[in-house]
Design a protein around this ligand. Structure first.
Ligand SMILES: Nc1ncnc2c1ncn2[C@@H]1O[C@H](COP(=O)(O)OP(=O)(O)O)[C@@H](O)[C@H]1O
Ligand SMILES: [Mg+2]
Length: 424
C-alpha cells in the first residue's frame, strides 16, 4: 500500500523536477528508481533499453543486490518478463514468478538475487518502445494494480528523460565537433598569421642586410685581387666569399618569398602541370640514380589554380626529395581526384624526417641543409593555402617521406566571392 496520496504526488513532483533539472541520464534514472522503490517498498528495480540493431534488451540500470553482475546480461526480445513486456508493449504484474512460465531464472542465477514478484511496464516515447521498467519483490505483500499504474506514469517520465538525454548527447557531440573545427581553423589562422608576420619581418631584415652584404662582397673581391699569389690570407678571403654567397642567396630567397605574388586562378590541366614541372626539374636536377614513377589519371582533369605557382610547389618538393636521396632512390608522383578535391602525392625513399622535426618543416628558415634557406616548404605551404588547399607530411626516418596536397577541384569551392569582399 502507498504511504498516502500526498506522498505519491510529492514523489512524482520531485521526479519531474529531477527529469527537467538534470540531463545526466544515469543520475536521473538512478534517482527516479530509488524513489519508486521507496514508494512501493520494493527490493530492487531495473531499466532495460532496446537495442534495435540486435533485437535485444540491455540494462541501463540494475538497482538492488547483484545488480552490477546482472547488468552484464542481455535479453533477447521475448525472453523473461522484461522480454515479454517489450515484445507485447503491455504492462505485466507477476505476483509469484515461479507460477509463471514467462519468467526466466537466468538472471537470478547470474546475479545471486532471488526474484519473487515483478511488475513491468514498457517505456515508450511518442508511441515508440525504448525500454522496459521493472520493480522486483515488494516487501509488505504482493504488488497491486495501483503499483502498476504508478509505474506506468513513471515509465512515461523516464521515456521523456531518456529521449531528452539522447537528444542532449547528440547536441553535445555536435557541439564538440563544432568546437574542434573552430580550434582547427583558429590554429590555421594563427599559422598563417605567424607566417605573414615572419615574412614581413624577414623582408625588412633582408632589405637592411642586402646593402652591407653587397659592399662586403665588393671589398672582399678587391682584397683577393690585391693579394699576392702565395699569400696565406687567400684561404680566409675564400671563406668570406663563400659565406657571402650563402648570405646573398638567403637574402635573395627571402626577397623572392616576400615578393611572391598572389595566385591568379585559371583552368589548370593536372597532367600537364605535373609533367611540365617534372621536365623543368629534370633539366637542372635529374640524376641517373633516381627513378621516377608517375601515376596520373588516364582522363583529362582540370581545376582552378595558378600554374606557375603550383609548378613552383612541385619543383620545391621534387628538389627536397632529391636532396633527401643522395645515395639514389625512387621518386613517386601520383595525382587523382577524390570527391571534390584533387590529391597530389610526392613520395621519396630518402632519409626521412625525424618526428621531432616534423612540426617545424613548414616554418621559415627551418633547414637541415647547410646550403638551404629553409624557405622551400614555407613557400609551398603558402601557395597551397592561397589555393584553399591543405598539405600534410608523413615520414619515417630511413624509409622516406610522403607529402600530400589537397586542392579544390571545383571553382565553386574556392569561395572567390568571399575573398573579393562585399559587393560595392
Ligand atoms: N623529402 C624530404 N625528406 C627529408 N627531409 C625533408 C624533405 N623535405 C623537407 N625536409 C626537411 O625539411 C627541411 C625544410 O625544407 P625546406 O623548407 O624545403 O628548406 P630547405 O630545403 O632549404 O632546407 C629540410 O631541410 C629537411 O630537413
Ligand atoms: Mg627545400
Amino acid at each position: 500500500m502507498f504511504k498516502g496520496c500526498e506522498d505519491e504526488i510529492k514523489a512524482l513532483a520531485r521526479l519531474s523536477t529531477l527529469v527537467n533539472s538534470t540531463l545526466n541520464l544515469m543520475e536521473v534514472l538512478d534517482n527516479a528508481m530509488k524513489y519508486v522503490e521507496e514508494l512501493m517498498d520494493a527490493e530492487a528495480s531495473s531499466i532495460f533499453e532496446v537495442d534495435y540493431e540486435r533485437d535485444e534488451l540491455f540494462f541501463r540500470l540494475a538497482r538492488g543486490k547483484g545488480g552490477s553482475r546482472a547488468r552484464k546480461i542481455r535479453l533477447s526480445m521475448g525472453e523473461g518478463i522484461a522480454g515479454w513486456v517489450a515484445r507485447e508493449g503491455k504492462p505485466l504484474l507477476v505476483a509469484d514468478v515461479y507460477q509463471d512460465k514467462r519468467f526466466s531464472a537466468r538472471m537470478d542465477k547470474y546475479s545471486g538475487f532471488k526474484t519473487r514478484s515483478i511488475i513491468g511496464v514498457p517505456i515508450k516515447h511518442k508511441g515508440r518502445l525504448i525500454g522496459v521498467l521493472e520493480v522486483l519483490n515488494k516487501r509488505g505483500g504482493p504488488f497491486e494494480e495501483e503499483d502498476l499504474e504508478l509505474l506506468t506514469v513513471v515509465g512515461n517520465q523516464i521515456g521523456i528523460a531518456m529521449e531528452n538525454a539522447r537528444l542532449y548527447q547528440r547536441l553535445q557531440e555536435k557541439f564538440t565537433l563544432t568546437a574542434e573545427e573552430l580550434k582547427k581553423t583558429q590554429q590555421k589562422l594563427i599559422q598563417s598569421e605567424r607566417l605573414g608576420a615572419l615574412a614581413r619581418l624577414s623582408q625588412g631584415v633582408a632589405h637592411e642586410v642586402r646593402n652591407p652584404v653587397m659592399s662586403i662582397g665588393g671589398f672582399a673581391r678587391r682584397l683577393k685581387q690585391q693579394l699576392s699569389p702565395g699569400d696565406s690570407a687567400h684561404k680566409y678571403v675564400e671563406i668570406i666569399l663563400k659565406e657571402l654567397a650563402r648570405l646573398e642567396k638567403m637574402v635573395q630567397d627571402v626577397e623572392n618569398y616576400a615578393n611572391m605574388r598572389e595566385p591568379e586562378f585559371r583552368e589548370v590541366n593536372l597532367e600537364k602541370l605535373i609533367e611540365h614541372a617534372l621536365e623543368e626539374w629534370r633539366q637542372s636536377w635529374a640524376s641517373p640514380d633516381i627513378q621516377v614513377h608517375l601515376d596520373l589519371p588516364g582522363e583529362e582533369i582540370t581545376f582552378p589554380g595558378d600554374e606557375r605557382l603550383l609548378s613552383l610547389v612541385l619543383k620545391n618538393l621534387f628538389r627536397n626529395a632529391r636532396e633527401a636521396m643522395t645515395g639514389g632512390g625512387e621518386l613517386s608522383i601520383a595525382a587523382y581526384p577524390q570527391g571534390r578535391q584533387i590529391i597530389i602525392k610526392v613520395a621519396d625513399t630518402g632519409i626521412g624526417i625525424p618526428p621531432e622535426d616534423l612540426p617545424q618543416v613548414f616554418d621559415p628558415f627551418f633547414t637541415s641543409n647547410p646550403q638551404g634557406s629553409g624557405l622551400g616548404l614555407t613557400t609551398v605551404h603558402r601557395i597551397v593555402s592561397e589555393h584553399h588547399g591543405e598539405i600534410s607530411v608523413k615520414s619515417t626516418v630511413g624509409e622516406g617521406t610522403e607529402i600530400r596536397i589537397r586542392l579544390p577541384l571545383y571553382p565553386d569551392d574556392l569561395h572567390l566571392s568571399e575573398l573579393e569582399g562585399p559587393p560595392i
